[in-house]
Design a protein around this ligand. Structure first.
Ligand code: G6P
Length: 614
């Protein structure tokens, strides 16, 4: 969603700020702006549409200032207009502010400021916060302490979620950041410090990062910075080395991040797997679960909470973990779990899965589980994310930054980690050493099988060409391939805007078969099990009604003549690996399908990479 980047250093702020905004584009946004502290005024530039529009406006002019804040906005309060675009200036033009999140009590705050004669020029909740800070500052003597005090007081009066960066005209060497519910990180560079909503904004410019906790303020002053709570008490600033590389956040030879991230999967999954198996080669050893062995051995129910693609990964996990560890598993939409008061025993384990580790509903689901005294684990890709900090234990995906809005490599690694968790839990219970070592071997061989599938990318492109006119598509699969069908449909919908639905193949007769006609292709995912015959029978039912059928089938399963129009062959693999393999061609299919329609796969309309509001 919205992105923040702020710069305070000895160089010119403009380039790092615009560059930072470009790096945050992946989060999804509809307008962008920047404010520079230029001595006695703020120089403001704001544009709707792409960061490139803003960069063009600034080209050849702009500011030489070494202090500035910038923002990409994803509209929540008020339409996509220049006046609603951040940064916002306060009514007295003394403060500039950028804000991620939602100030829930903004209308009552606004009313009381209007009563004081303060005027507004936007419809946003963020401008209310900016004016509130300015109002409190106006009651104090103008100095840096008052700046901090005004920000703290305004925040203590605000309800809701925020990540902010604020500048004050009276303090030309100072920037304040604060967070509650919306991520914020300080980047420490050699001749500049940064505040950003996401460390990728300053990769290559900062060497270390300090991730703020909820309720903390980052006060950047000259070349120094400190972290405090809202009462002004200094907290320890734990600086972590920034291990992201420029190569990871830049496109290289690829035409989109989605394509790059699909093709990165063999290598990314190797990283997920590396060093995570016991010496005897029969189980998985996940460092983040250490110390919880007894609790895990006694768990009598696992509840997964997640949103979007991560939830589909959890649905695959339900099949895998129940099979491997014989523990009942439920999967809930995080947004439903957080408000549902379903009975849970003290031995239930709640596992939250989130690529970003910042999805608000997923975090709230974790908080709700903790209120109930349940053990919580997190699976996330982002080191230092809120999910990583708030759960009792967990595992990192280690697939490098995922920038394409449509999640690809993150899904594969989430399923992989869930399989490893199932293996570890299974070995603590009744999974035999032989079954354990077969699975370890299969997991270690998976990156090569993914590479094998990717080598047949051209076949998928041809399928996309053949079916690219379709406006309605069905995705069908059974057992652990059912969630893969859901994920295939979601991916296509997200980036191509075609209507796609996923179903368990056997549900075909309970509704979706009514949609079958020559214009509605059905994509069948065929298992390599005894159930394959049933799925093939479903394919024939579709063919009998003149529906086109595309089948994704393991090499060792025969498809009768005429049961499918097109067949894509998948490598024969251990059943735990099959869902990951079956999903790879569906990612590619969605990618080509959208590209053939001339769409920007990295920035699908209305979507955001990380949904940090409710
Ligand atoms: C958004 C993204 C999806 C993602 C979901 C959950 O909807 O567009 O791609 O799957 O959020 O994100 P998370 O970071 O929690 O995995």
């Amino acid at each position: 969603m919205c992105g923040i980047v702020g710069y305070l250093g000895s160089g010119v702020a403009q380039e790092p700020l615009i560059d930072g905004l470009r790096r945050l584009e992946y989060r999804g946004y509809d307008s962008a702006g920047v404010a520079f502290h230029d001595g006695d005024v703020f120089t403001l530039a704001r544009e709707t549409g792409r960061v490139e529009n803003l960069a063009n406006v600034l080209q050849g002019k702009g500011s030489q200032s070494s202090l500035g804040i910038a923002h990409t906005r994803w509209a929540t309060h008020g339409a996509v207009t220049v006046s609603n675009t951040h940064p916002h200036l306060s009514y007295d033009k003394k403060f500039a502010l950028v804000h991620n999140g939602v100030i829930e009590n903004f209308s009552s705050l606004k009313k009381s400021l209007l009563h004081k004669g303060i005027e507004f020029s936007s419809e946003t909740d963020s401008e209310v916060l900016c004016n509130l800070i300015a109002y409190h500052y106006s009651t104090l003597s103008p100095n840096s302490d008052s700046f901090i005090q005004a920000v703290s007081t305004a925040l203590s009066e605000s309800r809701g979620a925020y990540g902010i960066a604020v500048l004050c005209l009276d303090n030309p060497e100072m920037m304040i950041g604060a967070r509650r519910g919306s991520p914020l990180v300080v980047g420490i560079g050699e001749d500049a410090n940064f505040i950003a909503s996401d460390a990728s904004a300053f990769v290559g410019r900062a060497k270390e990062a300090v991730f703020l906790k909820d309720g903390e303020l980052a006060i950047l002053q000259g070349s120094e910075f400190r972290i405090t709570n809202q009462q002004g008490h200094v907290s320890e600033a734990v600086a972590q080395p920034l291990d992201q590389t420029l190569e990871e956040v830049e496109l290289g030879d690829f035409s989109s991040y989605m394509e790059k991230e699909i093709f990165e999967q063999p290598h990314a999954l190797q990283n997920t797997l590396r060093g995570r198996f016991g010496d005897d080669g029969t189980t998985a050893k996940l460092g983040g679960l250490e110390g919880h062995e007894d609790e895990l051995r006694n768990v009598d129910r696992i509840v997964f909470v997640a949103c979007g693609t991560a939830r589909h990964a959890c649905m695959v996990a339900e099949y895998l973990i129940e099979k491997l560890a014989r523990v009942p598993v439920e999967v809930e939409h995080a947004s439903e779990f957080r408000y549902r008061n379903s009975p849970k025993s003290g031995r239930s384990l709640v596992i939250a899965v989130s690529q970003s580790g910042e999805t608000l509903d997923t975090l709230e689901a974790v908080r709700e589980a903790k209120t109930k005294g349940l053990l919580t684990l997190g699976i996330t890709n982002v080191v230092g994310s809120s999910l990583a900090r708030e759960t009792d234990g967990g595992v990192y995906q280690r697939v490098g930054p995922e920038i394409g809005v449509a999640s690809t490599k993150a899904f594969s690694s989430q399923v992989c980690l869930c399989a490893m968790l199932g293996l570890a839990l299974g070995r603590m219970r009744d999974l035999s050493p032989t079954d354990g070592s077969n699975l370890v071997e299969a997991l270690l061989g998976m990156p090569d099988l993914i590479a094998e599938v990717l080598q047949k990318g051209e076949e998928i492109r041809e399928l996309a060409v053949k079916y690219s006119k379709a406006e309605h598509l069905l995705f069908l699969g059974r057992q652990s391939l059912y969630p893969v069908a859901l994920e295939g449909a979601l991916k296509l919908k997200e980036i191509s805007y075609a209507h796609a639905e996923g179903y368990p193949a056997a549900e075909l007769k309970h509704g979706p078969i009514a949609l079958i006609n020559p214009e509605c292709p059905s994509i069948f995912l065929v298992e390599g099990t005894k159930l394959s015959a049933k799925t093939i029978a479903n394919m024939q039912e579709v063919k009998a009604r003149k529906g086109p059928v595309i089948a994704f089938v393991p090499e060792d399963i025969e498809i009768p003549e005429g049961a499918a129009d097109d067949i894509f062959r998948l490598p024969v693999a251990h059943e735990v690996i099959r869902p990951i393999l079956a999903n790879i061609p569906l990612q590619l299919f969605a990618y080509h399908f959208a590209r053939l329609r001339g769409l920007d796969v990295d920035k699908p309309r209305n979507l955001a990479k990380s949904v940090t509001v409710e």
